[in-house]
Design a protein around this ligand. Structure first.
Ligand code: SAM
Length: 242
């Protein structure tokens, strides 16, 4: 498995790498998510939105909206909110638009191509912001939370759903078999892009633990930061308030 340091070495290179990688796996991305998570990924997304306890009104931002599944989860739980989705991967946004075009309730989801680290919105625009499976892929996590803070109204929340680095020995072993053997095998079979699905376990191993991430979020000004574990802590939902 090629280590991350041989894939990119600067934040700008990481951004390029991630953008190209997701653009290449667009066709099979949703299917791979369902298979890898044994059909549970949409439930995890809805749980993240539930944990946030957003009001069912106003406008929320889905950063790194991808193929739209976090926005779909949010619309299911909060039918009256408007959602703005941003992602820098055009093929993913095309898939999201196609999905939303089949459902009238999703007319209130707007999608634009853009960079989550340089959002094209004024300060204090959104009642809340959320992201799913973005953090391991963003070039700078701290910069992201600073930018999300800027565009969120006072009192608004940030919510992140992400896979966490494991420290417990048993969980590391389970992780190793699932993520380093089964997932890359599925990636080869289904998406024909083994490199992308080898990147996945590496990106988790090189990410934060849930406690470390809470500290990063707090360090840029978010208040009352807490996290809830999902699947014994393999994933976590982090929430903070501005
Ligand atoms: C694993 S996907 C998650 C997509 C979606 N949120 C979901 O739940 O399936 C990660 C997404 O992050 C996007 N991404 C990574 N860095 C980004 C950035 N700086 N600006 C915008 N999108 C970014 C990628 O294009 C990709 O769509």
């Amino acid at each position: 498995m090629k280590p991350l340091k041989d894939r990119y070495s600067t934040p700008a290179e990481k951004e390029n790498y991630v953008q190209n990688m997701f653009s290449e796996i667009d066709e099979h991305y949703d299917l791979m998510n369902r298979v890898m998570s044994l059909g549970m990924d949409m439930r995890w997304r809805r749980k993240a939105i539930r944990v946030a306890e957003f009001d069912d009104k106003g406008i929320l931002l889905d950063v790194a909206a991808g193929t739209g599944d976090m926005s779909l989860a949010a619309k299911k739980m909060l039918p009256n909110v408007k959602i703005m989705g941003v992602d820098f991967c055009r093929p993913f946004l095309d898939i999201a638009r196609e999905k939303f075009s089949h459902n009238n309730n999703h007319a209130s989801v707007n999608l634009i191509q853009g960079n989550g680290l340089k959002l094209p919105f004024a300060n204090n625009t959104f009642h809340g912001v959320f992201n799913g499976f973005l953090l391991r892929n963003i070039a700078d996590v701290k910069e992201l939370y600073t930018e999300l803070y800027r565009v969120t109204r006072p009192g608004g929340k940030v919510v992140s759903l992400e896979m966490m680095k494991q420290t417990n020995l048993l969980q590391k072993s389970i992780f190793s078999v699932h993520q380093k053997r089964i997932v890359p095998f599925m990636g080869r079979m289904i998406s024909l892009h083994p490199e992308a699905y080898e990147y996945l376990p590496l990106s988790i191993e090189n990410f934060y633990t849930a406690d470390e991430l809470s500290k990063v979020i707090t360090s840029v000004g978010w208040k009352n930061v807490f996290h809830k574990k999902i699947m014994f802590g393999f994933l976590a939902v982090h929430v903070g308030i501005k």
